[in-house]
Design a protein around this ligand. Sequence first.
Ligand SMILES: [Zn+2]
Ligand SMILES: [Zn+2]
Length: 336
Amino acid sequence: MLACVFEGKNEWQIREIPEPKPLPHEVLIRVKAAGICGTDIHILKGEYFQDFPIVAGHEFSGEVVEVGEKVTQFRLGDRVTADPNIFCDRCYYCKINKNNHCLNLQAVGVTRGGAFAELVPVPEKCVFPLSSRLTFEEGALAEPLACVVYGVERSGIRPGEKVLIFGAGPIGLLLATLFRASGASLVVMVDVSEKKLHLAKNLGADEVILADGREGEKIRKIAPQGFEIVVDATGIPAVMEREWEFVEPDGTFLLFGVAPRGSKISLDPYEVFRKDLHIIGSFAVKKTMQYSLNMLEGGKVEVKNLISATYPLREFGKALEDVLTNPDHLKVQIVF
Ligand SMILES: [Zn+2]
Ligand SMILES: [Zn+2]
């Protein structure tokens, strides 16, 4: 089958690789859509925990073409998507319900073959039915939305709270929509791209602010006391450093964007003490995939407008260029 193989640091090629056979508990999926995510770029740059060569791609949907002999919930032709995270269900953290910190964590498209290929085998316990109300492209956004559901859960938002989000990429926009659906009274988004902010406004952000060096003043004008929840969805340490000062007392600073490993930010610990601040992270997906699908199927979160371009697998290079060089790109997908 045809696959895009990451051969080494910043090296990839489209080539034929052997067709995978599903193990007894696995479902073999013919990939229909697979999104390119920041994590894939980290993998390609050798900044993530994986070995080369690897077929990346962990946000996907497709059709079941073969099932292992122990599979009971899926049949040929089923439309499906998947949670790429494979928990061992045996280790210390799995036993105390911290599965996303599983000591033996495997992930489709990270530690094993992923969806930038025609076929991908996935353990049945990670496969989810995809409603016919959703397109495959929309279904491939269920995984990033599941990460966002987990982040919003962790923020502990209560009805009526105000939320400030830095970064209006696909993740920032998903966060905005979900915070609104979760009872936020005000959602403000900050970004450097006017185009993204325009979309943010259409998707339901109450206020959008262009990051032009004077954004601090504008933010304070909207909410002089600050925000209960401030979210970073940029992953840029220099930006993160300036965000936490907008958190109001007893509020939460959610670091959602993935910063480069080993990077540092400085913050005033006296202010953290004086303002009763909560600083939290959110790693991947923890059993939130079904909730993500519920939100998509129920029309509570619209993802169609988040897909800025689709490319066939053969044009992976063009797709990659779009992600790396077009400042207005949102979710870029490979379609089959
Ligand atoms: Zn991802
Ligand atoms: Zn485990």
